[in-house]
Write a protein that binds this ligand. Structure first.
Ligand SMILES: [Zn+2]
Length: 106
């Protein structure tokens, strides 16, 4: 389950669970560059060591990538890319937004 809050300005915040609890992150569209889609995900209140991004979460083909350290660490292992908490949160949000997108006339 993903909880999305949208304020009166239209800025979306998602709650992402991490090893030190659940924190709110703002989600903004980013320039996709060479990717099909990209978002910038940033913790509303940074952690004590400044952790929380901003991270670039991008989709190319069927693969989600993130600029965070956990994603780099996991993707360098033998098991291949496993994603990170940011990718896991953005995946359902992106699917929801895709459903709202332009459709062919019926
Ligand atoms: Zn990440």
């Amino acid at each position: 389950m993903l909880t999305i809050e949208i304020d009166t300005r239209g800025v979306a915040t998602v709650a992402i669970e991490g090893h030190d609890g659940t924190h709110d992150y703002t989600v903004l569209p980013a320039r996709p560059g060479l990717d099909d889609w990209a978002y910038v995900v940033e913790r509303v209140v940074p952690g004590p060591a400044g952790e929380g991004g901003p991270h670039r979460v991008a989709l190319a083909g069927a693969t989600w990538r993130c600029s965070c350290g956990a994603w780099k660490y996991r993707s360098s292992g033998k098991e291949g890319p496993r994603g990170c908490k940011h990718c896991e949160a953005i995946r359902p949000l992106h699917a929801f937004l895709q459903r709202l997108g332009p459709r062919e006339a019926v």
